[in-house]
Design a protein around this ligand. Structure first.
Ligand SMILES: [Zn+2]
Length: 145
């Protein structure tokens, strides 16, 4: 009786064995992991310390450059264009409908936002293309081996 109680307590207190994370092969293409365009590898990375909570940019531990997940460029472009159009629309609405000249501020602001978003889109597209070119080459190499 006493023995069975002890056994039960042991099994209850059994440590939950955490599934050990599979070490990822840095040469294996995986678009869900940050990929460094300088090293052309899924290098080890760390989060940029001064980044915001939503930062998706990491620092590559190998070259110290920026590394991030390859993201499909089209949705980014659509969201960016819609956002800028929305700003312009707000400005137009304020000026025409509300007769509020302060709405004019939305135009330079919209252009500025568009400029930032366009640069972001451009660098992301480049990253996406480089990653996929690399991924294709990796896969072909894997086939050969
Ligand atoms: Zn790197």
């Amino acid at each position: 009786m006493e023995n069975s109680l002890r056994n039960k307590s042991i099994s209850d207190n059994r440590e939950i064995i955490l599934a050990e994370e599979q070490p990822h092969n840095p040469g294996e293409p995986d678009s869900s992991k940050p990929w460094c365009p300088t090293c052309e590898l899924h290098t080890e990375y760390h989060l940029k310390s001064r980044g915001s909570k939503t930062a998706t940019f990491y620092t590559c531990d190998v070259c110290g450059g920026r590394t991030w997940k390859p993201t499909l460029p089209l949705p980014i472009l659509i969201v960016s264009v819609l956002f800028v159009l929305f700003l312009f629309f707000m400005g137009l609405y304020a000026v025409i409908e509300l007769d509020d000249m302060e709405g004019l501020i939305m135009f330079p602001f919209g252009l500025y936002a568009g400029y930032i978003l366009y640069n972001n889109y451009k660098s992301n597209t480049k990253h996406w293309r480089t990653f996929h070119k690399w991924a294709k080459a990796q896969r072909q190499q894997a086939k050969r081996n």
